[in-house]
Design a protein around this ligand. Structure first.
Ligand SMILES: [Mg+2]
Length: 423
């Protein structure tokens, strides 16, 4: 059997670990991005990166409690902007939902306590859980920051699975401090679906004899892999539940190869292997801010984002070869540019690259910008020497400087040294 482990309202649970007085209360995590890094006086910032892939490395040594200070997320008028990323079950009872505007959530649930996100804490806890699970189950795959798959076949007898997963839940609660829910079934896809019905802090096992009874009444939209457009297609064919879907093999097959595969997943026939080796595939940083038109100010922010991301890349000891920058404008416009570059990694080069990407991505010069994100991926660990033979001596010097600056920043904070262009 495969199991799917999902942390219950992860960000809220993490906040409760830090502050147990939040237990049992309506809590929401959200807010716009922390825009303090753009302050000219920014000092002693901690690296706080958005998780842009399904990975969690031993990247952050420790979180800082002040990171989730909601004051960092208020605008000039003292209003908390942005949307909720997570809410506790107590808040959900009032109709509070993920992706809801914070102001609206507060109207529905005036007692709602808003906490700012704390990515480094989440990374740390997620990593701790991953390590713990690896000691319990040989084949563990991390699917996202708060989701794991495990393969129990050959490890735990089917008859012992209920006991095993209930013990596992309790152990995770005791050792890592987080409530998780666990679904178990023949395939990963069905196990994930089962977890939805195990929440909160429960378990759900789908055995062969109760498969039909479990699957058939579930609305199609709840199955991972059925997105908005597929759901629309299904609705137009009068398919609303997974049972109806399972009765319509021919219709699904006529929808194309993906729908055909979907049919097999829902039927418990298609599965995917547990991928234990998945490592961090990318790293990114993004910030949302009040609309800005001034291109010089935007470039100054690109320099700052580049410096922060550079710090993270060096900490991870990876060499990215694909770089991308995205701009979100007001009026719902977006633009994106990426470039592949197999060269030695130095901060100066990375900084210039980000500016080049920004200039090229900025196709809507008449519009104000509300968000910039930079992402680096396709890591290589190959010898940097072969990557660029031209300007080798110069690059070696720059690389040495980059490393030295990193040592200083790790010691004294990442605002210790800034580029002149930021000021
Ligand atoms: Mg979760």
């Amino acid at each position: 059997m495969k199991i799917h482990i999902d942390i219950d309202c992860f960000f809220v649970s993490a906040a409760r670990l830090v502050d147990p007085s939040l237990e049992g209360k309506a809590v929401g995590i959200g807010g716009g991005s922390n825009s303090k890094i753009f302050d000219l006086s920014a000092k002693k910032q901690t690296a706080n990166f958005e998780n842009s892939g399904s990975f969690v490395p031993t990247f952050f040594k420790a979180y800082e409690k002040k990171d989730d200070d909601i004051a960092n997320f208020k605008d000039e008028n003292g209003t908390i902007r942005g949307i909720l990323t997570t809410s506790s079950y107590e808040a959900r009872r009032y109709g509070v939902k993920t992706a809801m505007n914070i102001q609206e959530a507060l109207r529905l649930c005036p007692n709602l306590i808003i906490k700012a996100p704390n990515m480094s804490l989440y990374q740390e806890l997620s990593h701790k859980l991953h390590e713990f699970l690896q000691t319990k189950i040989p084949l563990i795959e991390q699917a996202s920051i708060d989701e794991f798959y495990g393969d129990l076949s050959g490890w735990i007898e089917d008859g012992e699975i209920p006991q095993f997963i209930d013990n596992l839940r309790l152990e995770i609660k005791n050792i890592v401090g987080l409530p998780v829910s666990i679904g178990a079934a023949k395939t990963k896809y069905i196990a994930k679906l089962a977890t939805t019905y195990a929440k909160p802090f429960g378990s759900k096992i789908i055995l062969a004899h109760d498969f039909d009874k479990f699957i058939n009444p579930i609305p199609v939209r709840e199955f991972a892999g059925i997105g908005k457009s597929m759901a629309k297609k299904l609705f137009s064919a009068q398919i609303h539940t997974l049972g109806e879907l399972r009765d319509r093999r021919g219709t699904l097959e006529s929808f194309g190869p993906y729908a055909k595969e979907l049919y097999r997943r829902v039927n418990g026939e298609a599965d995917a292997p547990i991928k234990t080796t998945s490592k961090r595939k990318s790293i990114g940083i993004a910030r949302t801010f009040a609309p800005i038109f001034d291109r010089n100010e935007l470039k100054r922010r690109v320099h700052i984002l580049a410096r922060h991301l550079n710090f993270a890349i060096l900490k991870l000891k990876v060499i990215p070869t694909v770089f991308s920058l995205s701009i979100a404008y007001d009026m719902n416009m977006k633009s994106h540019k990426n470039i592949s570059l197999s060269e030695r990694f130095t901060e100066k080069k990375f900084d210039s690259l980000c500016i080049t990407l920004f200039n090229e991505a900025d196709t809507q010069k008449r519009l104000q910008v509300i968000r910039i994100s930079i992402n680096c991926s396709s890591f290589t660990r190959e010898s940097k020497k072969e990557l660029s033979l031209i300007n080798f001596a110069d690059e070696e010097k720059m690389e040495k400087l980059t490393q030295e600056v990193q040592v200083l920043r790790e010691k004294y904070g990442l605002d210790t040294l800034k580029w002149g262009s930021e000021l």
